[in-house]
Design a protein around this ligand. Structure first.
Ligand code: HEC
Length: 236
């Protein structure tokens, strides 16, 4: 009995050590850089839609986006999407991106588009901090430039925080693309704004209607209050 208690206690004491060793083996996690998306900024959303039509639509569909004037005007058209393509050479086929902003969130998408780096061991020649061995090629390399990994490898990510390393602590821009880092930040922010917009195009209108509904309810409550007073006046 005593022996087994000692065994259990020693296993429990060793467990955190083995977990820590495991974490070290898998590398440290990075923290997501936070961006704020302004859905009232139609110009940014339009710029993002244009970037999406130019750089993403060859592989990714957005087939659940119902008829949408803004997207269509910027070239996001069903006829240009690979809707009927069933076979892909990539191990993982490119997913539909209509709802990706709901699934991953704006911060994740922004960090994903910054986290591609050169990796000669990978089939596509590049890799990504957030999706290790991603089969998506580094599509925006021409704009962003070439990044290389510094400070070892990274596994996993966590919510925005100031303490942990970010993608830019792990990656170094070796040669700049056609955009400056500031321009690239803006372009990817625009692109993410469009993806957030596309996941729920009527969000702004819905919020707007919500305000009027609340104003209506307040007026109605006031009217009912006076009506009640009027009815009860003679009863007391
Ligand atoms: C040449 C084809 C191709 C192009 C162009 C392309 N992608 Fe991809 N994308 C892929 C493939 C393949 C995957 C699946 C990767 C995987 O999971 O291994 C993918 C996955 C993704 C994912 C999902 C990642 C995840 O795990 O949730 C996002 C987001 C994404 N792409 C965004 C974009 C954006 C934004 C653009 C335009 C700037 C773009 N892609 C252009 C092929 C492409």
């Amino acid at each position: 009995m005593r022996k087994s208690v000692i065994l259990i206690v020693s296993v429990m004491m060793l467990l955190p050590w083995s977990l820590a060793a495991n974490a070290a083996e898998n590398g440290v996690s990075i923290s997501l850089e936070h961006i704020s998306v302004n859905l009232h900024d139609t110009k940014a959303i339009r710029r993002g839609a244009k970037l999406y039509a130019t750089y993403c639509m060859a592989c990714h569909t957005m087939k659940y986006l119902r008829y949408n004037k803004l997207a269509q005007q910027e070239g996001v058209l069903y006829s240009k999407m690979p809707i009927d393509q069933k076979e892909w050479t990539y191990p993982t086929p490119p997913p539909d991106l209509t709802l990706i902003a709901n699934v991953r969130g704006a911060d994740w998408l922004y960090n994903y588009l910054h986290s591609f780096y050169q990796d000669s061991k990978s089939a596509s020649g590049s890799n990504n901090l957030l999706v290790p061995n991603s089969s998506m090629p580094n599509i925006l390399q021409g704009l962003q430039g070439t990044q290389v990994l510094v400070n070892g490898h990274v596994r996993g990510y966590s919510k925005p925080s100031f303490s942990k390393p970010h993608w830019f602590d792990r990656l170094k821009l070796e040669s700049q693309g056609s955009m400056t880092p500031q321009q690239y930040n803006q372009a990817t922010k625009d692109l993410v704004s469009f993806l957030v917009y596309a996941s729920d195009p009527h969000r702004i209108q819905r919020q707007h209607i919500g305000y009027w509904v609340i104003v209506f309810l307040i007026i109605l409550a006031a009217l009912l209050f006076f009506l009640k007073k009027e009815y009860w006046r003679d009863i007391k």
